[in-house]
Design a protein around this ligand. Structure first.
Ligand code: NI
Length: 163
């Protein structure tokens, strides 16, 4: 296992739709192990492949008891509403309040290529939505009003410079 380098805003790979995962082989399993290790090291609850520079529809998460690998993820149902803090390892974990559905159902393939569906609520549902967005080339800051998005980006870039 290895910790991979995190890709940060404004890297191009974070803004493009990922390619489908087609091979469910040992290479993919090693990649997923590395993604988990990278996520835990950064104290995140989810990590998508574009966040380590790979243009791939794949994420891992471990959030409120929901630990899974999702290849080719889709949100097939969403219901209700929640408003709460969210952050992203690719935007330096600068927090922002985002409104999302309260419940979400994820359809994806596991590391063996088996399709599964999983429903989650609250923070785990938020992670489903946030990570699936990454696979579609979308960052959580794009859910914010333009002015708040600009402010957050400015704050992040300033902090990045000081590192
Ligand atoms: Ni993120």
């Amino acid at each position: 296992m290895a910790i991979r380098k995190l890709t940060e805003y404004p890297a191009e790979v974070l803004g493009i739709v990922g390619k489908p995962v087609e091979k469910f082989d040992d290479e993919l399993r090693v990649l997923c192990d590395d993604m988990f290790e990278t996520m835990y090291d950064a104290e995140g609850v989810g990590l998508a492949a574009p966040q380590i520079g790979l243009n791939l529809r794949l994420f891992v998460m471990d959030c409120e008891g929901v630990k899974l690998i999702a290849a080719n993820p889709q949100i097939i149902a969403a219901d209700g509403e929640q408003t709460g803090q969210e952050g992203c390892l690719s935007v330096g974990k600068v927090p922002a309040v985002v409104t999302r559905p309260m419940k979400a159902t994820l359809r994806a393939q596991d590391e063996k290529g088996e399709w599964f569906e999983r429903e989650a609520e609250g923070y785990a549902a938020r992670a489903f939505l946030h990570e699936t967005d990454h696979c579609d080339g979308m960052l959580f800051i794009e859910h914010l009003p333009k002015l708040r998005c600009d402010m957050l980006v400015k704050k992040f870039l300033k902090e990045k410079k000081l590192r």
